[in-house]
Write a protein that binds this ligand. Structure first.
Ligand code: FAD
Length: 303
């Protein structure tokens, strides 16, 4: 059996694996895809000390770093079930069962798509999901934010300080964001809020050049010219497979404490699959390291 089994090989899982392996304990990593969401990113400019890198490059650097150590890599495999008996048992989709004394869950998250024509085609060509990451690419340009919840309105406020103009598109007749955010939004001079509208298409040629929407009360179709579209309709944690095994919050995020421990002894979680407030590469790496050190402490005390 493993001392530490890490599930996921994105920034959180990679950091956890390296930290665990450096303690000389038996470490395994099981993952579907090295690098996780990082693969879907073009330019990365906020991984501190690395001025610029690209997603696929960072993904292979993560893999290379794990392979520097004596880590059993079970890849590419998806995990479908977890249970705790005398050991923690992790079942793969092919039916194989891995046993470990501790587990670090680092299965990340995925952005919810609007699923309109142009979204997939222009991803990284004007269609973006992360304002902290891609906001600066739209300096003095016109952008839209799809989604009027807290993340959408926070994104709009953030982007209004960078972009020349921001249009918010909300499907429902009212914004869902907190009043304090709405008040701040409406004070900004370069923001237009469209409510009760349905995004129909993100248009473009080689990159985004506009957005087409329908006013839901009249059925009128309208088009705005702009250079960027931020989709902000939710980040979904990849935690469905856990069922009731560990405590999750209303959003499905795994609830962890300051040790990155879950409510099940010996089971830790890190990165975007947890209730960490902000979801970023450097934050995921930090929490992965924290989880591995906590798992190591647990092993010292419980063996
Ligand atoms: P993930 O990266 O999501 O990795 C999850 C891992 O778990 C993967 O290996 C996956 O294959 C595996 N996995 C999932 N489910 C299973 C399963 N059932 N069985 C086995 N394996 C499984 N952050 C920044 O800091 N800077 C940026 O510039 C930036 N740009 C971004 C651009 C885009 C388009 C996106 C989508 C995100 C961006 N982010 C950026 C956010 C950043 O990518 C995430 O915060 C970070 O990747 C989270 O790391 P993680 O390891 O927690 O999860």
């Amino acid at each position: 059996p493993f001392d530490v089994l890490v599930i996921g090989a994105g920034p959180a899982g990679a950091a956890a694996a390296v930290y665990a392996a450096r303690k000389g304990i038996r470490t395994g990593v099981v993952a579907e895809r090295f690098g996780g969401q990082v693969n879907d990113t073009m330019g990365i400019e906020n991984l501190i000390s690395v001025k610029y890198t690209e997603g696929p490059k960072l993904a292979s650097a993560l893999e290379e770093h794990i392979r520097e150590y004596n880590v059993d890599i079970i890849y590419p495999h998806r995990v479908k079930h977890i249970d705790k008996k005398d050991m923690i048992e992790v079942e793969l989709e092919n039916g194989a069962v891995l046993k470990s004394k501790t587990v670090i869950i680092a299965t990340g998250a995925r952005w919810r798509n609007v699923n309109v024509p142009g979204e997939a085609e222009f991803k990284n060509k004007g269609v973006a999901y992360c304002p902290h990451c891609d906001g600066p690419l739209f300096k003095d340009k016109r952008v839209a934010v799809i989604g009027g919840g807290n993340s959408g309105i926070e994104a709009a406020i953030d982007l209004a300080g960078i972009a020349s103009h921001v249009t918010v598109l909300e499907f429902m007749p009212e914004l869902k964001a907190d009043q304090v955010l709405q008040k701040r939004l409406y004070e900004l001079p370069n923001v237009t809020v469209l409510k009760n509208v349905q995004t129909k298409e993100i248009t473009g040629d080689k990159k985004v050049n506009g957005i087409t929407y329908i006013e839901r009360d009249t059925g009128t179709e309208k088009h705005i010219e702009l250079e960027g579209v931020f989709v902000q309709i939710g980040l979904v944690p990849n935690t469905e497979w856990l069922g009731d095994f560990v405590e999750r919050n209303r959003m499905g995020e795994i609830v962890v404490d300051s040790h990155n421990a879950t409510n099940v002894p010996g089971v830790y979680a890190a990165g975007d699959c947890t209730n960490s407030i902000h979801k970023q590469i450097i934050i995921s790496m930090g929490s992965g390291a924290n989880a591995a050190l906590s798992a190591f402490e647990y092993l010292i005390r419980n063996n």
